[in-house]
Design a protein around this ligand. Sequence first.
Ligand SMILES: [Zn+2]
Ligand SMILES: [Zn+2]
Length: 447
Amino acid sequence: MSQKKKSAKSNRPQQKQPMVSAATSSYYTDSLGFMSMDSNVPGLSNVILEKLNLKSYEEYRTAVDGKSLTTNFGIRTYYDMFQKMEDTYKFCAQCKKLPSLLPDPRSMRRCKRCQNVYYCGSECQRENWPFHKKFCRKLKLAAIDRLVEWLIFTGDIPFPTKPWIKPFSELKNWEDWFSMQEGLEEKLDSIMASRYMAILWSNAGKPRPEDNELRESIKRLMTDFFTRPMTIGFAINAFSVDPYVKPITVHVIGASHIETLNIRATDYDELAKMFPGNQGIEVVMVGPEVVDGPVMRPPLVAYGPRGRVYVSGYKGLYHVFWETVIESQQAARPDLVVGFHPGFHASQGLAEGWLPTLLLLRDYSIPSMFTMYSEHEMKYSLQILAELETQVLSFGPFPFSSLKPEQVQSDPNKTPASSNAFHLLFRGTIGADSETDMAGLDGADIS
Ligand SMILES: [Zn+2]
Ligand SMILES: [Zn+2]
């Protein structure tokens, strides 16, 4: 896929409309992940759909796309809700059998240590232990987090944060961020004592973890919630974009339902706290999977509100957004572009779908940052950028990655991933005299 500098503007406008509708249906990245579960546990995708009272993946998409957001998935009680969620994890981790294939579906047993993986019987559990023991501890955290995560929906997490007392450049990791949160212990205490925390553990069907385990879980979920504004802040700092001089515009490209389902207009407010007294920060979510909701309002044409963050959205491919909205001056050009987990490695088709966007970012020399779940994904992304002769400025593990472990639902005995675990920064074309050495992956941070 060696592409010579092809202008991003070379797409003929008349091809635009039919191409978009045909193209968008194939850019649902999570449909790849969803269906691939069945290759590990045959029938698992059906179990999930059934638990949600949905007939097909398309119906699921329609529901999350907000076309029928009133649907309650047939859930009547909290207990029912937590059970249905847990049921999607119920299959034998050794032989992959679903409960429906057992003589007595209720005979599934659960690992007592992690309360997370299931077995059809003691024989499978014994056989599986040599593999499972490597992941049991981490999976225990994952099982707690996926329940405590509910407190994000109830509004208990995150706790309110304060304007930063240090510049971003002085923060090295989450510990530094937590140390800026005045009264941290009291804030955690109040979440621990909240009404929904009590409802959660009386309905979870699992023993309530120790208090210190729950406090750690709340903190991991805080990092999971804030890892996205932190990513943007990191890029603002790394590229020396200055929100004190003028209002800035950040595009989040390839935004999917992960970033936009249940999003609140205040979810990126941490950026305003990071840069107190800024001239206004606009975050525009752009992608074919952007979900209708409070942020689906048009991008700003004039200056944004001073000192605050304004989130807006556009449902469609980025290069189409650029050609139709930015070029006609209905929205500002970005000072910065961020892509969360573009997932080029998932399929050749996905990487090709990103091509017009990557060329556009390169040719307009837009300061850009991508994040990845894994080193493998990062290396693949670096390879694509190298083929496009894009100038990569730095890459490596991301210090503000989510600390919440994301378990592989269909294959729990695998290393859990973390959102924004790796990152790379790029801008423009590789210059004749500033060749970027792509061979030395270990020598990160070239910038
Ligand atoms: Zn089994
Ligand atoms: Zn276990």
